[in-house]
Ligand binder design. Structure first.
Ligand code: SER
Length: 889
């Protein structure tokens, strides 16, 4: 049975049983505790906890999930996928254990003709939590399972939670026995490779608190209702129903392996080492595509790091399989073809997905070979010394210079039977990070202890009034200083202020926080920044300028109107540049990040290679035309599905049913999801001047621009510069280019003339050297210092000219120059001198040591250079003695 069919049957089965079909949530939800969505129940947590009333009592979904904790096991075991699909049915206080077991059993064991999966009931086993005799009885009654195929297991296996505070409960798992050829008898307790877990039924009834492990946490008490949360591993059911050996060989994944075989020229199934590499490629390619589709970009921490690691593991595995060419694009295409029937975004967004993946591949391929060499060198050195540990600094260089994620280095070390000094690596990383982030960290919460805010976050979101007004009366809910609550703060102190409502915009969506003041009688706080915690709590970072602020105060929070005016220009300008970029470069220029503040914006986007000057100019002119068109700016709130239908951009991380705010400028010209503040008409943005375009990492480009008055100021400065140049050149501004061209040409001609004159002067000095020549026996010797600054070809030409002037008289010419602290030299002899036994090359050893010189040549000519001008006189003296010695005078 094909995977798409397995999904379909699951949903149909539960829809028939009164469940509402809910689409998969994005892999990225707004929960800072969760890197990726890793279970079907995640989007329903508020329903379980009783925080929100569910719109349905029963739901069913097939959720995309990513779990990367076991990444090292990928390809080695039969069942570890980093991306997988979890099919689930959920009851929110409706049915409980009995019906959950009934529904699961009937789907698994109904015949294929009747819409089920047709599993042989004799091969199914169940487990239950230690004290859950109720579940065991139901298994016997409903499914007719005998005692010996039901096992009791402890908390680690049969009590489920998300690993963090939230809903939890005992669970009951269903296993399929693959048969004796896959391992020993004895049920899941004995062998989880023979007995494969396919479905987990969680009886969600309690709330858990903090804890240290899977089986050690506090149970806070019962949930408001008894619920059901189940999760069936679609890939596992697929591999069992398709009669293959593991999750990598199912209908949706195996084609990627086939493509990798084609690209590398190696065959799958020949040896275990290669098998693992093929499976890593197939598994990771799929996960990477799904992550990029949901808006993750490769990066150095958090989600971006996971994606980077997956992509780089693919690149390395391909290389180890012997392929030298880029392959990611083709692998991604196979993923798209296989997966898009269930996930159409893979097809509609493919160009962007491919761009991101190929960008990362290109970057890593550049350094993989040299980095691998460095690693091998380091490993050899360690081994030669009998050591076992690769140094932290090597790991750091591999990371910093060659882009090897530390986990890759760890894996390579493990393959070589070594380990890595991780502490050393981490402390070097920490030092580097500290240097880079000292500044930014000072104003943000990125690494602060957030527990102090928890109670405030739970209390509810800060009401943002700033779309409608710039001043709002508010209550001071809390003051936080140095990570702890304080009752009050006085003049000169810096403190975080939490208000119940605020007109000040908190940094998000690329727009930095508003500046302003918070006042009351005798009280004035300057707002230095506004940040958001958990996406909903506004934290005003203030300096107390006057008076004393106390929890409970009633205050007036006011936005600095000038600031706001500038920041709306910056933010609307960013949307305009984005729209213009897509118009000029096409829809593949997808946003990868942005930052805007009064007067300035920068916009990062996925793109290979630099932008031509013409493209840059086009983007600037399309932007300014759209500004000039005075488009109206509309903002409205709608749901994700409608926004998608309208073609709004930046829909990542939104959940089914979420309301989103759309900002539309000039109808189809620009439409984005955005929570920022904007101008009312595009002409209010003012002129937009693009400053430049640069690379910020693999496959990501950045444009920067000034907007509004800052744009004018920048242009005025440029104009003043040009006026200064024009006045120095004494021409009108528009003649500056022609004038400079003329001057450059004149300079070139003059330099050439100068060269010629210099050469003529050098040569004209030849006669003087002849006049000053000495006689040593029958030989005429010129041993002299050349005129200052003469070197290279000039020195050689001069020596040859002097030699020529002696005609057939035996002659030796030795010239030592002195140019920039170096001592170039030339030795030339004519036939007569050579007949007298003097060889140019041999003479070098007489004066060479004095000038710290090196060089040599043949009998007629030798050349070289020394570095010690102080040795010129003694060198020449030694030379004279040598010549005298040779000619015997
Ligand atoms: N939440 C449970 C799991 O992830 C069942 O859906 O296994």
């Amino acid at each position: 049975m094909q995977t798409h069919e397995i999904r379909r049957r699951f949903l149909d089965h539960f829809v028939r049983a009164g469940h509402t079909e809910v689409p998969s949530a994005s892999l990225i939800l707004n929960d800072p505790n969760l890197l990726f969505v890793n279970a079907g129940m995640v989007q329903f947590v508020p329903y379980f906890l009783g925080q929100q009333t569910p719109p349905f009592a029963r739901a069913t979904s097939v959720q995309k999930c990513v779990r990367t904790l076991d990444i090292e096991n990928v390809g080695i075991t039969t069942r570890h996928n980093t991306f997988f699909q979890m099919a689930g049915n959920f009851s929110f206080g409706d049915y409980f254990k009995r019906d959950a077991i009934k529904h699961a059993w009937s789907l698994l064991t109904s015949s294929v003709e009747d819409g089920g999966y047709g599993f042989d009931p004799e091969r199914l086993w169940a487990t239950a939590y230690l004290d859950d005799d109720e579940a065991i009885d139901i298994w016997k009654e409903v499914a007719g399972l005998p005692d010996e195929r039901i096992q009791k297991r402890g908390m680690a296996d049969n009590y489920w939670s998300m690993g963090i505070p939230g809903p939890c409960g005992p669970c009951s798992e269903i296993y399929y026995d693959r048969g004796p050829e896959y391992g020993k008898e004895g049920g899941p307790e004995a062998d989880e490779d023979r007995y494969i877990e396919i479905w987990n039924l969680v009886f969600m009834q309690n709330e858990r608190g903090l804890g240290t492990s899977k089986d050690n946490y506090e149970i806070l008490g019962p949930l408001p209702k008894q619920n059901i949360d189940t999760g069936m591993g679609v890939e596992r059911v697929a591999f069992l129903l398709q009669g293959v050996d593991n999750v990598y060989e199912t209908d949706l994944v195996r084609p990627v392996i086939t493509k990798a075989e084609e690209l590398t020229g190696r065959a799958y199934g020949v040896n275990q080492e290669d098998n693992v590499r093929f499976r890593v490629i197939a598994d990771h390619a799929r996960t990477a595509a799904m992550l990029i589709a949901d808006g993750v970009n490769p990066g150095n921490d958090g989600r971006g790091y996971v994606l980077r690691r997956l992509l780089r593991r693919i690149v390395r595995s391909v290389k180890l399989l012997g392929a030298d060419q880029p392959t990611i694009g083709e692998l991604m295409r196979v993923v798209r073809d296989e997966m898009s029937p269930s996930y159409p975004e893979l097809a509609t967004d493919f160009q962007r997905i491919e761009n991101v993946a190929v960008g990362e591949e290109t970057a890593f391929r550049k350094t993989l070979t040299s980095g691998s060499k460095l690693f091998e060198g380091a490993a050899d050195t360690v081994k030669a010394k009998g050591g076992k540990v690769i140094g932290g600094s090597e790991a750091f260089t591999l990371h910093d210079t060659y882009g090897f994620p530390i986990d890759l280095t760890l894996e390579m070390a493990a393959e070589a039977g070594l380990s890595v000094d991780e502490d050393g690596f981490r402390s070097l990383m920490a030092e580097q990070r500290k240097r880079a982030k000292d500044d930014a960290q000072a104003r943000k919460h990125a690494h602060a202890d957030l527990s102090v805010y928890k109670e405030l976050v739970d209390r509810g979101p800060t009401e943002f009034t700033g779309f409608a007004e710039l001043a709002t009366e508010a209550h001071v809910l809390a003051l936080i200083s140095g990570g702890v609550r304080v009752p009050t703060a006085g003049k000169g102190e810096k403190v975080d202020v939490i208000l119940d409502r605020s007109p000040l915009y908190a940094e998000s969506g690329g727009q930095i926080g508003d500046r302003g003041v918070i006042t009351a009688a005798g009280l004035r706080l300057h707002v230095d920044d506004v940040q958001k915690i958990a996406k909903k709590l506004w934290v005003h970072k203030v300096t107390v300028e006057e008076g004393q602020v106390t929890e409970g105060d009633v205050v007036l929070a006011q936005v600095d109107a000038n600031w706001r005016h500038g920041s709306t220009q910056g933010h609307s300008g960013t949307h305009m540049v984005h729209a213009a970029l897509r118009q000029v470069l096409g829809p593949n220029a997808v946003q990868a990040g942005s930052l805007n503040k009064p007067g300035y914006l920068r916009f990062d986007f996925n793109w290979q290679g630099g932008l031509s000057e013409a493209a840059r100019n086009d983007i600037e002119s399309v932007t300014n035309d759209a500004v000039g068109a005075d488009f109206p700016v509309n903002t409205f709130v709608t749901d994700v599905t409608k926004a998608k239908q309208m073609g709004a951009l930046a829909l990542f991380g939104e959940n089914y049913g979420d309301e989103v705010r759309v900002v539309e400028i000039g109808g189809p010209f620009s439409m984005e999801l955005c929570g920022g503040t904007h101008v009312a008409h595009s002409s209010q943005i003012g002129p937009v001047t693009i400053l430049g375009e640069s690379s910020v990492g693999s496959g990501v480009r950045r444009v920067e621009a000034f907007v509004g008055l800052d744009s004018y100021k920048y242009l005025a400065k440029e104009r003043a510069l040009l006026a200064g140049v024009a006045s120095s050149l004494k021409v009108p501004s528009d003649e500056v280019p022609a004038r400079i061209e003329q001057l450059v040409e004149r300079l070139r001609v003059a330099e050439k003339e100068l060269e010629k004159t210099k050469a003529a002067a050098v040569l004209s000095s030849a006669g003087t050297f002849v006049d000053k020549s000495e006689r040593v026996g029958a030989v005429r010797l010129v041993a002299a210092q050349a005129p200052e600054g003469v070197s290279g070809n000039d020195l050689r030409t001069l020596a040859l000219d002097i030699r020529g002037r002696f005609g057939s008289d035996p002659a030796v010419v030795v010239l030592l120059g002195n140019a920039d602290g170096k001592v170039p030299f030339v030795v030339a002899t004519n036939k007569g001198a050579q007949d007298a036994g003097i060889k140019a090359g041999d003479l070098v050893s007489s004066f060479g040591p004095s000038i710290a010189g090196r060089g040599g040549g043949k009998a007629d000519m030798a050349q070289g250079s020394g570095t010690d001008p102080a040795g010129i006189a003694p060198g020449l003296a030694a030379l004279r003695s040598r010549v005298a010695e040779v000619v015997g005078s």
